[in-house]
Design a protein around this ligand. Sequence first.
Ligand SMILES: *[C@@H]1O[C@H](CO)[C@@H](O)[C@H](O)[C@H]1NC(C)=O
Ligand SMILES: *[C@@H]1O[C@H](CO)[C@@H](O)[C@H](O)[C@H]1NC(C)=O
Ligand SMILES: *[C@@H]1O[C@H](CO)[C@@H](O)[C@H](O)[C@H]1NC(C)=O
Ligand SMILES: *[C@@H]1O[C@H](CO)[C@@H](O)[C@H](O)[C@H]1NC(C)=O
Ligand SMILES: CC(=O)N[C@H]1CO[C@H](CO)[C@@H](O)[C@@H]1O
Length: 322
Amino acid sequence: MENPPQIAVLGGGIFVRTQYIPRLAEISHLFVLKAIWSRSQESANITVELARKNFPDVECKWGEDGLDEIINDSSITGVAVVLAGQFQVEMSLRLLKAGKHVLQEKPAAASISEAETALSHYNSICASIPGQPIWAVAENYRFEPAFVECKKLMEEIGDMMSIQVIVEGSMNSSNPYFSSSWRRNFTGGFILDMGVHFIAGLRMLVGCEIASVSAITSHVDTMLPPPDNISSVFQLENGCSGVFVMVVSTRAPKIFWRVVGLKGTLQLERGNKEGSHGYQKGSSYEAETRLSFVEGARDVAILDAMLESGMRQGALIQVKKF
Ligand SMILES: *[C@@H]1O[C@H](CO)[C@@H](O)[C@H](O)[C@H]1NC(C)=O
Ligand SMILES: *[C@@H]1O[C@H](CO)[C@@H](O)[C@H](O)[C@H]1NC(C)=O
Ligand SMILES: *[C@@H]1O[C@H](CO)[C@@H](O)[C@H](O)[C@H]1NC(C)=O
Ligand SMILES: *[C@@H]1O[C@H](CO)[C@@H](O)[C@H](O)[C@H]1NC(C)=O
Ligand SMILES: CC(=O)N[C@H]1CO[C@H](CO)[C@@H](O)[C@@H]1O
């Protein structure tokens, strides 16, 4: 390819080391990985050393100066933001303002209010910069082939009558993200950080927005940040209701989405094949509206409303529309 795009990755944590670098290596013919940045020199150094096996020329950047260099480098057109959930939006906006396209990790924002402010900033950036930088959120559930397939089958089950999303997770000390410091200090805890995937899957499947929620939350396992349990009732804009239950850490994990229709029932369950979790994989991927920041913001809005309801003993909360 002539003049492949040059990109940078911001973040040097476990997710960059174990997911981003190997996945980028698989498609390394499509771009030039120019730089990897981390707040600390040590973390940048370790991650760059690892990446150099596949990207021998990648530059190591750290701290405010390193960040400035990436922002000022007009040859870098796209940046992946893979940072602590508390800082991602601020960083993404800084890069977008400099005219760079951004692929940001989920959750899209840390709260509804952050998402709202971010969207209005982004809209004003788009209005003032000719190149319209793209802001995408790397929410994979909207691309999981199992969800894409089930979405097609939804037509066959007729009018929706009831929905269940049951998430009995396995976030215990064996999980590499269990002790990640930012997750332990994130409002909404693992419910928000992991929950956006399950909400994204739900929204994708039913193809209808959630209008209102009511929830009870609790904090039982003090090894986990609060809350670690949520039981919620929700209602879709089309009137159909359902339940969303999420327990962060359980001994017998089980995750499924079940939609009961007039003519049939559809169930999608998370499985385990040769030791790795996942859903049926294999078809091709395309980048489009499913990646937009606003889609990610909608997932956050639903969980934020559930958490708010939980703090108010199950009060009915209308979900903020984006
Ligand atoms: C990482 O640190 C080691 C030891 O200081 C140094 O030799 C190496 O060049 C550094 N690597 C990068 C990519 O900066
Ligand atoms: C980046 O650009 C700004 C504004 O042009 C300048 O003040 C700053 O010194 C530059 N930083 C680096 C590290 O080049
Ligand atoms: C963590 O959960 C997994 C899956 O349920 C289980 O196999 C493992 O034993 C658990 N580890 C701890 C330390 O509880
Ligand atoms: C935890 O988050 C709060 C608010 O977001 C912040 O003020 C505080 O510095 C954070 N603490 C740690 C240890 O990261
Ligand atoms: C992880 C954890 O503590 N989960 C708790 C969630 O709530 C259920 C029922 O209240 C408890 O059985 C779980 O232990």
